[in-house]
Write a protein that binds this ligand. Structure first.
Ligand code: ZN
Length: 411
């Protein structure tokens, strides 16, 4: 496939938030046609050589509930921002590649993390969803499904797997692989092996971790989860696995209430799960310290073959679902620091997966600034962030939390 065909010609108009979803043809096509994608949709060697960022889009436009925060408005808002801020391949040429064709994840891929009974059961209840329009799935936490949820969820998971393929291929032809970003929904990190949970259907990042191991022989996978909520599904999938390090920092006491300091893994996996609950009000200063004193030494000691990221943007100070004070600049810092870590430790192999983020403005600006970080552009966060709405971070409590986790994990 040639670059010209990959160049996005998507143009999203201004009527973004008024019912009609002006999603471009390419994106609806990649969601609906990829189930029968013809040929090899992988980027060429030429594209991989030039690319700094490769992304895939699975907007799941049929998976939506009126006035639900995890809505089908999220991806159009992000794509609109990327377009308006000239961060797509249309403006950035060969530096940015959007994967246009990718396969849905197979049942075997999904079943590497989830019980087969759940996967087949979800497919079966789609008939009910066709009749009723919207159903609620059994399991913990409010998770809705529509007639298209099963199909769109396997496409979303597949969008992540295709990026793992591309990033690994890129790392074979140059020292610094391009970074991947899966712009997908529904999110995945709450989905437990047995079922859905907390707006999440399939554990996209966990499925990608198993895929990287099985298909590419990347034995050691390091997962960083910076969503404001604990990634309990990913946590559970690898709790006893010494080859997958799961590191989550999240708001203490927020949904679903798991992710305490002493949840460190068990059996052979003891020590390869790190959970750091942070006090409400934690912000940019806290996260810079967490990154330097907790994330970096954990990753250096683990020596990963690939880094996967559960990139949730609901820790933003403007997000309605939580009480942290991350700024757009915090997400820029996280992305550039993670990219550097991947460069230092695993040939740059790194894929981000969209998780939460429910204020459409802070979500889309923060993803755009993440793109800038991954492209090596300067941050434009100061154009969006308003320091006047920030209050003092609980620095003593943050310091105590960091000391406690460093002690528990001997960092
Ligand atoms: Zn979240």
């Amino acid at each position: 496939m040639h670059l010209e065909r990959l160049a996005s010609s998507c143009s999203l108009g201004n009527g973004l938030f008024v019912g009609h979803i002006p999603l471009c043809k390419n994106h609806t096509a990649s969601a609906s046609a990829s189930a029968s994608a013809v040929g090899n949709g992988n980027p060429s060697i030429h594209q991989l050589t030039n690319a700094r960022l490769i992304y895939s889009v699975a907007p799941s436009m049929g998976h939506n509930q009126d006035s639900h925060p995890e809505s089908h408005f999220r991806l159009p808002a992000i794509l609109n921002a990327l377009q308006q801020m000239h961060l797509t391949s249309e403006f950035r040429g060969s530096e940015v590649v959007e994967l246009q064709h990718f396969e849905p994840a197979s049942v075997d891929d999904i079943a590497s993390v989830h019980a087969r009974a759940y996967v087949s059961g979800l497919e079966k209840v789609m008939d009910q969803a066709v009749e009723k329009g919207l159903i609620f799935l059994d399991g913990s936490g409010p998770t809705y499904a529509t007639a298209t949820t099963y199909q769109e969820s396997i496409i979303a998971a597949g969008a992540g797997l295709a990026l793992v393929d591309s990033v690994v291929a890129g790392s074979k032809i140059k020292r610094d692989a391009p970074t991947g970003f899966a712009l997908i929904r529904p999110p995945g990190h709450h989905a437990v092996p047995k079922g859905p949970m907390g707006f999440c259907i399939f554990g996209n990042v966990a499925i990608a971790a198993r895929y990287a191991q099985r298909v590419h022989g990347l034995k050691r996978v390091f997962i960083i989860d910076f969503d404001v909520h604990h990634g309990n599904g990913t946590n559970d999938a690898f709790y006893a696995d010494p080859d997958v390090f799961f590191l989550s920092f999240h708001q203490d006491g927020s949904y679903p209430g798991t992710g305490k300091f002493d949840e460190v893994g068990n059996g052979d996996g003891e020590g390869t799960t790190l959970n750091l609950p942070l006090p409400g009000g934690s912000g940019d200063t806290a996260i810079r310290t967490v990154f330097d004193e907790v994330v970096v030494p954990s990753a250096q000691r683990f020596k990963p073959d690939i880094i996967l990221v559960s990139a949730g943007y609901d820790g933003h100070v403007l997000d309605p679902l939580a009480n942290l004070q991350y700024t757009t600049g915090t997400y820029y810092m996280l992305a550039s620091s993670i990219k550097q870590l991947a460069r230092d430790l695993c040939g740059g192999r790194c894929v981000f997966f969209l998780e939460g983020g429910y204020n459409l403005k802070s979500l889309s600006y923060s993803v755009a600034d993440t793109f800038r970080a991954l492209l090596g552009d300067p941050s434009l966060a100061s154009e969006f962030d308003d320091p006047r709405i920030l209050y003092e971070e609980p620095s003593t409590k943050v310091k105590q939390a960091i000391q406690r986790i460093k002690h528990i994990h001997s960092l």
